[in-house]
Design a protein around this ligand. Sequence first.
Ligand code: AMP
Length: 454
Amino acid sequence: MEFKDLGLLPELERAVLEAGYTVPTPIQAATIPVALTGQDVIGCAQTGTGKTAAFCLPALARAYAASGKEAFLHTLILTPTRELAAQINESLATYGKHLDLWHAVIFGGVSDKPQIAELKRGVDILVATPGRLLDLMQRGVVRLDKVQMFVLDEADRMLDMGFIHDVKKITKVLPQNRQTLFFSATMPTAIRKLASSLVKDAKMVAVDPVSSTIEVVEQNVYFTDKDRKRDLLVHLLDNADFSRVVVFTRTKHGSDRVARHLEKAGKKVAAIHGNKAQNARTRALDGFKSGEIKVLVATDIAARGIDVDDISHVVNFELPNVPETYVHRIGRTGRAGKGGTAISLCDSEERSFLVGIERLTGKRLTVVEEHPFLPTVGRPAASANPNGSGAAYRDHGPKPFAGRGSGSGSGRKPERGPSRFGGRAAAPAGSQRSASGQRPRNGERSASSAQRSR
Ligand code: AMP
């Protein structure tokens, strides 16, 4: 199935293709066409399966179809943590960039003033965590009486985190004749009961948990110094087992630098990222598929379009600060139940990212203790590590993690907050909404343009 088969608006289809997605994920293929018809959905899917787009795309489509001159709160998306809320809001900005819609995010722990100001101007889609939403409802800032679509994200985590009463209070005031999309990674009895109290005639959709995809992937970490990573990478690629490798870097310049270094070392390599022309990207991918190019150095965004089998190794040249990105990256190897290896090069500044990754996956990465590029920065004195094996480094590494369901979610530190509060899912220049909440005519600019999302 392709995106064009899902029945999306052309503006949405264009935005997902621009985001680098080529084919819908299974949860998207199963959810989107159903949700677009207005039917309720119960989706059993974890983070990393593409579930955010599975609900954001129908939400944008249906909010757009219902939108008029003035914004009204059409869709409420409830999610347990501020990080998830911020990510969903960013996804709305990405997918909705060609539509004239407003969306905002509200969560606790930060000042409510800008949130209230944004809400007063009117939004079509609101992403919220339960506590802050209830607070603003009680103060009369948010009204849910016109909501036509309700999305409950990560319902099981809401339960784990003790938010279920708040959720119930919120859903009580939602209009009865709304559409509901209910998502949960697991479906224990309490969640099934909650789901059946919220949905009507829902389609059940379940996809394999991400962990089942990555269970077959061997996951190793090499502790090293930032400035030794390139040489360590060359050393690894000298091994013939590294037959088809994707190397992930955080930035476009970073991927160019790594690719140049590998080229000098005689590797068959290409870099793909957003600054490369489409034909250069296609050439690189074709070469990679045919085996002519052994190593593809990519940023996360560019890599989304890579659909190549038999990738022997994924190398995280830099660890991602969002743990779900790690899961997504390593899912490139070990496709269709086949084994593969994921290697992470971790410097001293990235240790906290490793903790977040291990918490999310519930699995510790295997530390490769013997290699020629062990860290020198913060290296224990020779006496502490007399045999030079590097075994001591684990002690400087992450603390043991707590698995999912044991409260790790609530203890997770925010990886990143929203770069800006609120946002606008509209691209046409100069068509920002005015302070009154009315959709202005083209050419008008409003004071709120400063809150336009990226
Ligand atoms: P989610 O499960 O929604 O957190 O998504 C996990 C990751 O998959 C995010 O980085 C998304 O940008 C990415 N993603 C979502 N849909 C697709 C798709 N159809 N193709 C490739 N990547 C996707």
